[in-house]
Design a protein around this ligand. Sequence first.
Ligand SMILES: Cc1ncc(COP(=O)(O)O)c(C=O)c1O
Length: 437
Amino acid sequence: MAKHNLKAKSKDLFEKAKNVIPGGVNSPVRAFTPYPFFVEAAQGSKLLSVDGKTYLDYCMAYGALLLGHANKNVCYAVEEQLSKGTIYGAPTELEIKVASQISKILPCIEMLRTVNSGTEATMHALRVARGFTGRKKIVKFEGCFHGAHDSVLVSAGSGATTFGTPTSLGIPEETTRNTIVLPYNNIEALEKIVKQEGNEIAAVIIEPVMGNIGLILPKKEYLNSLRKLTREYGIVLIFDEIITGFRLSLGGAQEYYNIKPDMTTLGKVLGGGFPIAVFGGKKEIMRHISPVGKVYQAGTFNGNPVSLKAASTILQILNENGKEIYPKLEKNCQELKKALSDLASNHHLEAQVYSIASMFQIFFTPQPVHDYASAKHSDTQKFQAYFQELLRQGIFIPPSQFETCFVSVAHDEGDLKYTINAFDNALRLASTVNRNV
Ligand SMILES: Cc1ncc(COP(=O)(O)O)c(C=O)c1O
C-alpha cells in the first residue's frame, strides 16, 4: 500500500458528509467520536485512510471479508465478469452454479434465492416461513440482529443497541405485535412460550452464535434443545448465519454444532466484499415462493452476475483450501484471545474474553456474558478508551462494545505481534478509566 504524508482530510470530509448524508455515514455503526476516518484504499489486512494513516483491520467490513481486502482471485474473477456485462434481467448458469456450490457445502439448503443484503434475506425467510405455516407470530432473541427491517427491529443488537434505540421510530406497533422477544441461552423461556402459543408461531429466528452484541456463545445443548422444541411444534427454525456462514467452519454454525435448521440465511463472507445474500432451506418450504408458490419475493438485482462471480470464486477457494484456512484462523484468533485475557488480568481489569473460530471480543465486566442483559453490564467507557487507544496505534476494531472483531486469512504473524503489543497499551489505558454511573 502506498505511503502518504499524514493529512487531516477525514475531519473535513466528515463535516461535508454530515450535510448530505444523515449523521455523515451510510450505516450508523460507522460513526464514532470524534469522527470516523475516511478510506482511500484497502489491501489484505490493512486499510489506508485519506489522511495517509494505515490501520490494521479487525472490523473486516463487519465480518464480510474472510480472505482480507481486495483478494486477487476474487478481483480477477469479477473483472472477467465485468467485461461480459453487469446485469441481465434474465437467468444465467452462474446462478445454478452458486446455488449448487452452496447446497453441497450446506446440505440443509436444498433450494435458495439470492438477494443483495442480509436484511433482505431474513425478511424474505420470515415471509416464506409465515406463508408455509400459515401462522403469524415469530420468535427472536434479545440482542440478535437480523437486519434493519420492521418485524425484527425489536430488541436488536448492533447499532440498535449501541445507540440506545432498541425499537426504531417509524415502525407501527401493529407490525411488531407478532414478534415475540425472548432471552438468548434460556431454553425454559422458549419452552414456556411454545407451550402457550406454539401453534401460532411460524418461525424462530436466531443467530446461532451472537455476533451483534459483542460475541456470545450458545450454552451447551441450547441449540439442540431449540431444534427439538421447534420440530415438536412444527415451527420453522431459521439459522441466521449472515455472520457465521463460511466463518465458523466451511458449513457455518450448523456444521460446527451439527444442527439441521429448516431455513438458513447467508451473506457477508459469501460475497467476498460484493453485495449478495441468500435465504434457503428445505424444498417443501422454498416451493412456496412465486412463481410456483404464493409467497411473493422479487428483486431487480437478485442473482446479480458480478456478485455471483465473486461468491462462486470465494466458495471455490474455501472448498479447496478450507482444511488449512479454518484451523489457521482459529489458531490466530486463539492467540489474540489468550493475549487479551492475560493482559487484562495483568492490568487488573475485570474482563471476559470470548472467541470462536475467527471471531473475538472483550467485555469489561466481572460476570460471564451469556445474553443481552449480561452484555449490557459491560463498562462501555472502558471499551471506548480501549478502542480509541487501539485506533491511535493504527488498529481498527469495530467502534462499539456491541460488535465483534474478525480475524482474516490476510492477518500474518507480524500483524498479530503488533496487535498484542497494542492491546497491552490499550488495556493499560482502559484500566485507568473509572465508570461514571
Ligand atoms: C446476523 C445478521 N443478520 C442480518 C444482518 C443484516 O445484513 P445486511 O447488513 O447485509 O443487511 C446482519 C448484519 O450485520 C447480521 O449480522
